[in-house]
Design a protein around this ligand. Structure first.
Ligand SMILES: *[C@@H]1O[C@H](CO)[C@@H](O)[C@H](O)[C@H]1NC(C)=O
Ligand SMILES: *[C@@H]1O[C@H](CO)[C@@H](O)[C@H](O)[C@H]1NC(C)=O
Length: 279
């Protein structure tokens, strides 16, 4: 029997409004040596929001420090740490030495998760968000005081001295990218917007760039393609085959029709059924 001459095809195209190529830092296993340092001075912080994409190492035991910010007067000025437990990664925030309880974070599933932490002097209100949803929050954390500027901001390690004295048992293992910082606490709506890649411009004090990072040489980097949620799915039907247009060009034409300006293709899948076969 010969192969069919024509197919009815259904092309499913998933497009996203935004996508980005981001350099990713890979912290392979917990060490006392791997880190990345921000080469930007931070201002005095009456409030702060820190967000990043994190891929947690499922096999990594105990606590992992996603970032730590130390100033000469206070080593634990600001810190976000997690611990993998019972299928979840729980997260806790530290502000000027005051440690919140570990609360709901994200599934310990090896996938990428978008994590944000906010704090403000007014009321000492704080919150930790994972994938756009509030996990834990509270009040009265270092209320009424400001976090000093000009400190040492380090990814992947807890600092037991200013910019150093790392301990492997509190180090981060996994991948990190897309760190952003604001000098104020963003609200729930703005944080939900962030998870679909809308970036509030006001008070933005740091955006991810390899030029503003000092990366310890054994931390490997890789570039990955990130797409934002808020995707659209198109289901398009056509015919293709030997006696009509070749299938590859029909699929290409349908996909580019779905893409349109300012939209990126996330995935194209193809279902086909033979229409008829010439005997
Ligand atoms: C980090 O990213 C690399 C490249 O995508 C991947 O091979 C590795 O498994 C990731 N690490 C973790 C802990 O997910
Ligand atoms: C940071 O240091 C510079 C230079 O010493 C100083 O002018 C500035 O006021 C400091 N900023 C903060 C927020 O401490």
């Amino acid at each position: 029997m010969r192969a069919p001459d024509s197919w009815e095809i259904i092309v499913i195209v998933i497009v996203s409004p935004l996508a980005a190529e981001l350099p990713v830092l890979m912290f392979q296993s917990k060490t006392d040596s791997k880190y990345a340092r921000l080469l930007r001075a931070l201002p005095l912080l009456p409030g702060v929001t820190v967000c990043a994409h994190v891929q947690w190492d499922r096999r990594s035991p105990g606590i992992g420090t996603i970032f730590s910010y130390a100033v000469p007067e206070f080593l634990n000025a600001l810190q976000l740490r997690g611990r993998g437990e019972g299928g979840w990664v729980q997260l806790a925030l530290i502000v000027q030495g005051h440690h919140t309880a570990y609360g709901a974070g994200f599934r310990n599933d090896g996938h990428w998760h978008h994590v944000c932490a906010t704090w403000q002097a007014g009321g000492g209100t704080w919150a930790i968000y994972a994938d756009g949803a509030e996990g834990s929050s509270g009040r009265g954390l270092y209320q009424g005081q400001h976090i000093p500027g000009n400190g040492s901001f380090i990814l992947g390690q807890d600092q037991d001295s200013l910019g150093g004295s790392f301990a492997s048992n509190e180090a981060f293992s996994g991948n990190v990218t897309g760190l952003s910082l604001w000098a104020r606490a963003l609200d729930t709506g703005q944080l939900a917007g962030l998870s679909v890649c809308w970036r509030p411009p006001r008070s933005l004090i740091y955006t991810w760039s390899m030029h503003t990072l000092q990366v310890e040489p054994t931390v490997r980097t890789v570039t990955l393609h990130f797409h934002c949620p808020g995707t659209t799915v198109y289901t398009l039907k056509s015919h293709c085959g030997r006696i009509v247009e070749p299938c590859s060009s029909v699929v290409r034409a349908l996909a580019s029709q779905a893409r349109g300006p300012g939209r990126y293709i996330v995935q194209v899948s193809l279902l086909h059924t033979p229409l008829f076969t010439q005997q």
